[in-house]
Design a binder for this molecule. Structure first.
Ligand code: ZN
Length: 259
């Protein structure tokens, strides 16, 4: 039996504490609702929030995280650069997966990984969202069917300032006429990154069984696949190299001289 995937759900956790209307939608916090959904699978799920020491993302916690989910909105700038660096390194070098949710498009970690502005169009009108599957057969849409329909969501519209996704799995349609690339896959270093659009705090989106299934599928897709750490830097030749021409500054001499 393979070891279960270790998941950490990170949430800013401010709306739920300061706004009774949001607390009524997510009494255990957005992280609590997401963790509840993921706990229906054979994952080991922990949570972490902004106001914990080190934002709940200590070296030890991250070292025991295979996939990190990220929900943030109003306090992106309160996330310390040191923790962002720590998460970034763990993705690039160790292959930890990252799933960025909804307004996390403006988080420091997502902008750093994308290298673009990550801005978009938005409108809080509580209309329907229909997420069309545009990559049938992709592991993230297993069991989803043709589309997901959410009765009420915030609108996000193009243009979304992101690099071309390596794989695009969802495109959203909104009644106002806008469309949006709402499920985007990337590889960064040895890690995988998935951006998933829905999840505005005013609506019970994370209790939707199809949304829960996408997140579970995305956790499996983003889990580390690295079995050997890549070797980089100055290296000895695997074959015996004959010095041609000699000379102190000659590249081959320097390689041989290191032996
Ligand atoms: Zn929102």
């Amino acid at each position: 039996m393979p070891e279960p995937i270790r998941v950490t759900v990170w949430n800013e956790f401010r709306h739920e504490q300061h706004d009774a209307k949001i607390a009524a939608v997510y009494p255990n916090g957005i992280h609590g609702a997401i963790a509840e959904g993921l706990n229906q699978q054979d994952f080991v799920v922990q949570t972490a929030t902004l106001d914990e020491p080190e934002h709940g993302l200590t070296q030890e916690k991250l070292a025991n995280t295979d996939v990190l989910l990220w929900w943030g909105h109003g306090a992106h700038n309160e996330v310390s650069d040191e923790i962002v660096e720590r998460v970034h390194k763990r993705i690039l070098e160790d292959g930890m997966g990252l799933i960025v949710l909804h307004s996390g498009h403006f988080s420091k970690i997502f902008k750093r990984l994308m290298g673009t502005g990550c801005n978009l169009k938005w409108r809080e009108d509580g209309q329907k969202e229909r997420l069309w599957v545009v990559a049938p057969g992709h592991p993230i849409v297993q069991g989803i069917g043709e589309y997901i329909e959410l009765p009420q969501e915030e609108m996000y519209g193009e243009h979304f300032d992101i690099p071309e996704p390596d794989e695009l799995v969802f495109v959203s349609w909104f009644p106002g006429g806008e469309v949006f690339r709402s499920g985007c896959c990337y590889r960064r270093g040895t890690g995988r990154v998935f951006y998933f659009r829905p999840g505005h705090e005013e609506y019970p989106t994370y209790f939707n069984p199809q949304v829960q299934l996408v997140l579970a599928n995305a956790v499996r897709w983003a889990a580390p696949t690295l079995t050997h750490k890549p070797i980089r830097g100055n290296a000895q030749p695997l074959e015996k190299i004959e010095v041609i021409g000699g000379g102190e500054g000659d590249i081959l001499s320097r390689v041989k001289g290191a032996n």
